[in-house]
Every structure is written in structure tokens, then in C-alpha cells.
Design a binder for this molecule. Structure first.
Ligand code: OSB
Ligand code: MG
Length: 368
């Protein structure tokens, strides 16, 4: 396949309700959509950047710059036997995985559409139905949190993740365990704790969490190892894992028992699949993380989640949890059992709603 044209678009999308974590509060997203034209067929993806460098150093503006000045010139007009070859051809650019991942995933979608096959089959996936969980932001009150969890359980979601931070942890976790003694429950601290908090984090054992996600610093594998050696709660890494090498180091060090794979954070489907295969071979389960994506990004998360070692419910939830109207057709829907049926249609199986996207576009650049 030859990559003929790249279109970058920024659209603005307001969330159904604000989403609060230990590091930020989001009510509107600036979304970077990537469209790759190859042999007359378009593929779509989302570069999962934020507008600020608080989750990772990349932002929508750095990704736009890196895509235009460096990544696109490396692949434009080039013939690739498979999209699987694109990732290695971008290796001269260090980091900037979300920018790379947007380009690479769009090429995968274009390739699958050209071949008339579902993307998930092209990637080697095997599940037709994927298990779903939800990520619930920090709420202004405990009663609001309990009501939200009750509602998501009624909708069928298979596990509940709540955001926690220093000073906002024991109270919500204890209240949730008391009200819902048997659910699959986990906490995500987005790096808020420090090594001296390890004894405090150890006391979370009494909540029987399915896992504790990324409690310590984004670049501190060693501190996570100290914590994992000290506690029986499984530690799951998110922000620490940007590459195969990080995943290998984390596993070999004993810094975690579970890995959250985010397509953007690791740089696209090829990089994600390599980390997935490593984890499978080492007996480390993985699940698919989310970045408040629109349907365009969500559709790729669904395809990735069909790989065999995505055994735990991911943060892959219905479009309507975040958007009044999603930018894809059909929107992502979740069954009463908390699963998503993976489409058999070509590519991601979800069509971008071009008119809606054009209406929401505030910036666009076409590169050849
Ligand atoms: O840490 O998983 C995270 C959202 C933005 C940034 C980081 C995270 C999240 C979420 C939401 O938890 C996951 C979703 O898209 O539902
Ligand atoms: Mg996380």
C-alpha cells in the first residue's frame, strides 16, 4: 500500500459531563483526527493527545508539528507491503508515540478497507465479543459516586474503576466496598502518590481491589517494584509503559502484575501487538485503556481488544457515556452483559460522519 495523502483535523467536542482525575479536569476535548488516503481509500484514526502535557508530554500541537514536519515526510509516497512495517520506519523520531500511533492506526484502517476485511482480523484478533469496564472520575460527593457506580452496574459493565488521589482514597474505596462487596473494583491514581506513601497504599489490601493502577510517578518503575513487592494488591501500570522495553523491564523487575495497553501511548497497533505478545508469553494479562476518545479512537480500541491476551475488561465503553452524539456511525453500544460485539464490516467497522466532523472542525491541513 502507498500512503498518498494525510489530512489532519482538529475538532472540538464537549463531554456529556466533566471528567476529573488526580491531574486534570476535562469538559471539552480538542481532538486530533488523522485521515490517511491510500490508493483512493481513506483510513481514519485519532491521535490520543490532550491539549495540555499533563498525562504525557505530547499535546495536540506537538503531535500536529511532529506529524507535519517529521513523520509524514518519512512515509509519504512510500510503498509498504503491510501497515505492520510503518512503525519501524518511524523509529528515527524518538518518542511522540501518540503522533505516530494516529498515523499508523489510520494506515491500518485504510489497509483493512482496501482488502475488504475487518481490521481486527487483519491484526490477528480472535474475540468476537469484548468485556467492558468503566472509568469513573472523581465526584464532588460520595453519594454521587455511589449513585454513578450503581447506574453503571445496572447498565451491565463488568468492572468499575474509580479515580483516586492523595486524601481522596480510603473514604470512597471503603464506601464502595461496603455498598458493593463483590464487584470487580479497582482504583487509578494517575501517578499521584510518592514512595513514602507505600505503607499507606499497602493498607488498600483490605478493599480486595482487582488492581491498583499507576499509583506512583510516571517514570518510576523502581518505586512500583518496591510497592508490588510489599503488597498483595496487583499493581497495573499505565503511564510508565511507552514501549516494549518498558514492558519487559516492568515485568522482569516485578514492578506490576498487569499492564494497561493504550494504543496512543505505545505508538499504534504494531507496537501494541508486540507488547501484547510479550505479556502473553510471560503470563501477564493486559487490558485496553482509554483516553476519552471519540468514536474514531474507540473503534481502534475495540479492534485491538480482540487480541487473545486482552482477558480483562478494558476502559472501552459506550459512546453515550462521553458524547451526546458521536462522530461515527453506528455509535459504540454495550450489551446488557457488559460486552461489545465486534463488527464484521471492513476496516474498524465504524464510519466517520464526515458532515458532522466538517462542522466541528476548527483547523485542517492537507499534506501530500
Ligand atoms: O488513566 O486511564 C487513565 C482518561 C484520560 C487520561 C487518562 C486516563 C483516562 C481514563 C478514562 O481513565 C478512560 C476512558 O476513556 O474511558
Ligand atoms: Mg490510567
Amino acid at each position: 500500500m502507498k500512503l498518498d495523502q494525510l489530512t489532519l483535523r482538529e475538532i472540538r467536542m464537549r463531554l456529556v459531563k466533566p471528567f476529573e482525575t488526580s491531574f486534570d479536569r476535562t469538559d471539552e476535548r480538542r481532538v486530533l483526527l488523522v485521515e490517511v488516503l491510500s490508493n483512493g481509500i481513506s483510513g481514519w484514526a485519532e491521535a490520543t493527545v490532550d491539549s495540555d502535557p499533563f498525562y504525557s508530554y505530547e499535546t495536540i500541537d506537538t503531535a500536529w508539528h511532529i506529524l507535519r514536519e517529521f513523520l509524514w515526510p518519512m512515509v509519504r509516497g512510500r510503498e509498504f507491503a503491510s501497515s505492520a512495517d510503518i512503525w519501524d520506519s518511524l523509529s528515527r523520531v524518538r518518542g511522540h508515540n501518540m503522533a505516530k500511533g494516529g498515523l499508523e492506526a489510520a494506515a491500518w484502517d485504510a489497509e483493512a478497507r482496501q482488502k475488504g476485511v475487518p481490521l481486527w482480523r487483519l491484526l490477528g484478533g480472535s474475540r468476537q465479543e469484548i468485556p467492558c469496564g468503566v472509568s469513573i472520575g472523581i465526584k464532588p460527593s460520595l453519594s454521587e459516586l455511589l449513585d454513578t457506580v450503581a447506574e453503571e452496574l445496572r447498565a451491565g459493565y463488568q468492572r468499575i474503576k474509580v479515580k483516586i488521589k492523595r486524601g481522596h482514597d480510603v473514604e470512597p474505596l471503603a464506601a464502595l466496598r461496603e455498598r458493593f462487596p463483590r464487584i470487580r473494583l479497582m482504583g487509578d491514581a494517575n501517578c499521584d502518590y510518592r514512595p513514602e506513601d507505600i505503607p499507606h497504599l499497602k493498607t488498600f489490601e483490605r478493599f480486595f481491589l482487582m488492581m491498583l493502577e499507576q499509583p506512583l510517578a510516571y517514570d518510576d518503575l523502581y518505586a512500583h517494584r518496591e510497592l508490588q513487592q510489599a503488597t498483595s494488591t496487583p499493581i497495573c501500570l499505565d503511564e510508565c509503559i511507552h514501549s516494549f522495553a518498558h514492558a519487559r523491564a516492568a515485568i522482569e523487575l516485578g514492578a506490576c502484575k498487569i499492564i494497561n495497553i493504550k494504543l496512543g501511548r505505545v505508538g499504534g497497533h504494531t507496537a501494541a501487538r508486540r507488547i501484547h505478545d510479550l505479556c502473553r508469553d510471560r503470563g501477564v494479562p493486559v487490558w485496553c485503556g482509554g483516553m476519552l476518545e471519540t468514536g474514531v479512537g474507540r473503534a481502534h480500541n475495540i479492534a485491538m481488544s480482540t487480541l487473545e491476551n486482552f482477558t480483562l475488561p478494558g476502559d472501552v465503553s459506550a459512546s453515550k457515556r462521553y458524547w451526546h452524539e458521536d462522530v461515527i456511525d453506528p455509535p459504540v453500544e454495550v450489551s446488557r452483559q457488559g460486552t461489545i460485539h465486534v463488527p464484521e464490516r471492513p476496516g474498524t467497522g465504524f464510519e466517520p460522519k464526515i458532515e458532522m466532523i466538517e462542522r466541528l472542525t476548527v483547523r485542517r491541513e492537507v499534506l501530500r
